[in-house]
Ligand binder design. Sequence first.
Ligand SMILES: Cc1cc2nc3c(=O)[nH]c(=O)nc-3n(C[C@H](O)[C@H](O)[C@H](O)COP(=O)(O)O)c2cc1C
Length: 368
Amino acid sequence: MAGNSIGKEFVVTTFGESHGRVVGVVLDGCPAGLPLSETDVQTELDRRIPSKTGIVSGRIEKDRVNIQSGVFNGFTTGAPISMTVENKETQSSDYEMIKEMPRPGHADYTAGIKYGRFNDYRGGGRFSGRVTVGLIMAGVIAKKLLNTVDVDVLAYTKAIGNVKMSESPSAEEIKERKYQTAVRCPDLACAKRMEEAIIQVRKESDSLGGIIECIAFYVPAGVGDPLFDSLDADIAKILLSIPAVKGVEFGAGFEAAELKGSENNDAYRIQQGKVITSTNKSGGILGGMSSGMPIVVRVAVKPTPSIGKEQKTVNIHKMKDATIKVTGRHDPCVVPKAVPVVESAVAIVLADHMIRAGILPKVLKVKE
Ligand SMILES: Cc1cc2nc3c(=O)[nH]c(=O)nc-3n(C[C@H](O)[C@H](O)[C@H](O)COP(=O)(O)O)c2cc1C
């Protein structure tokens, strides 16, 4: 099963299954000299789980990070960094039924066809949202690296079902408010309606999806390589590898298809000796390279596939139609938990491209 690594200079490999001993990540290519502690990583892992009951599953998932290598005297050494988290909250018996009856919308059927009796179906195995813990841990390091050159990557919930935030918030608003709300939305009134929508859908044994927006501020112009290594292609690839992400758009995105050139082009102007654009329909990327404007990307997250409502499926052993009510502890909406994953994924690609562009050096100048 290849395909678990991403990046050229900042190479992230995640490993582990939902109900295996650990989930983890190996990060190769992190410059030496970055201050790093387990507390840095732990803070972000703790933010993964919204504290409010009713909008997340009953799984407690008290994750404790363990950094095994690549850090010495509180700084990265340039060697591979290995980090793991133990899987403690596993209830594999919940998954016996899906050996025979694949959950509609999950990867049980496709993984069963591909890996046969060797497929680790427990908790969705390698196809579980749980494996994104590795991305979050690598993302902590990517974001710290980007901060050394003043780049800030911030994601937040823009929509849950049909409850949408209309305005794009400022960096300060996202930072200050998104963790005040269980749904990770910086508009407090909108967040309340989102929570209510999730609580309601849970009562109906159903689920909801939503939209996450991620903005990378202060990325200098010219980051990204041609064609197949373009910045937007690489960002789209990592985002689409997050379980449940079904769509990616930059800037005006799909709306651009309905605009005229004169409406969609971002006009240039000079502001305080710098080239900027009056609008940002391109989402900060032109020709696969950053334009110097904020990089704005949105992902569509589908509703959680595992729902208690009765659905049609098949019994693949008996080759007969069947019905399934998925039991176990599933989030009625995975969007809040996916927010730090999206933020980490974008940061990982930016760190990789900025090392490739020589903007981030192989050895950092340590401020003593
Ligand atoms: C953070 C996170 C948590 C998730 N939790 C669940 C869950 O509790 N139950 C579930 O059925 N799917 C969950 N998913 C989604 C499935 O893993 C995903 O839909 C499945 O692997 C099929 O992949 P696809 O939707 O990308 O095609 C989660 C996804 C993420 C990113």
